[in-house]
Design a binder for this molecule. Structure first.
Ligand code: GAR
Length: 207
């Protein structure tokens, strides 16, 4: 069984999808060992407690710079021998050393079809605001390996979701979560844990 850490900053619905997938057997080759939040009081920590998973807070404010913050997180992950790090609504960009040490071991869920609506400043509701402002008729979600380029790492899974007339950023966000994120994130976690992902030249293939 691979050891999984889920990094969160907020509500943690994607964390919940992973915990539910462990319960239902969709994820059967890994186990969530740690939930690490960048914020005190994040609801995701309650979800962890309910599932009997260790939850800790490593507050960004407590560290003077990004590198020290990244080192503090690395210490927590290494202490527990974590194999896979899942960014599930984790809103802090790590120092580049993080992605060197954990190359092809960190995955992120992004609420759009990369390379659309991604990169600096595209997170949370901002992504859906931008998609609606552009008038796209299809959006979706992407799970990708994380590297030093913001939202630029190798793509693992994507799923398209229709934009509907009258959508607000909130309604579009919810539909993309329900129809895409909560499905493809657990699927990608299982593929990783079952050693079924291969990365060559920046392209992911499934064995
Ligand atoms: C999700 O929609 C996730 O895709 C997005 O934040 C939300 C977190 O929700 N992540 C990003 O925008 C990262 N660039 P959650 O806390 O309920 O899982």
């Amino acid at each position: 069984m691979k050891k999984i850490a889920v990094l969160v900053s907020g509500g943690g619905t994607n964390l919940q999808a992973i915990l539910d997938a462990c319960e239902s057997g969709v994820i059967r080759s890994g186990k969530v060992e740690l939930v690490l939040s960048s914020k005190e009081g994040a609801y995701a920590l309650e979800r962890a407690a309910k599932a009997g998973v260790e939850g800790i807070v490593v507050p960004r404010k407590a560290y003077p710079d990004r590198e020290e913050y990244t080192n503090a997180i690395r210490a927590e992950l290494d202490k527990r021998g974590i194999d896979l790090i899942v960014l599930a609504g984790f809103m802090i960009i790590q120092h580049e050393s993080f992605f060197k040490v954990y190359a092809n071991r960190v995955i992120n869920v992004h609420p759009a079809l990369i390379p659309s609506f991604c990169g600096d400043g595209f997170y949370g509701l901002h992504v859906h605001e931008a998609a609606l402002a552009k008038g796209v008729k299809v959006s979706g979600a992407t799970v990708h390996f994380v590297n030093e380029i913001c939202d630029g790492g190798p793509i693992i899974l994507q799923k398209a979701v229709s934009v509907e007339q009258g959508d607000t950023p909130e309604t579009l966000q919810r539909r993309i979560m329900e129809q895409a994120e909560w499905q493809i994130l657990p699927e990608a976690v299982e593929l990783f844990c079952a050693d079924r992902l291969e990365v060559h030249g920046g392209i992911v293939s499934v064995k």
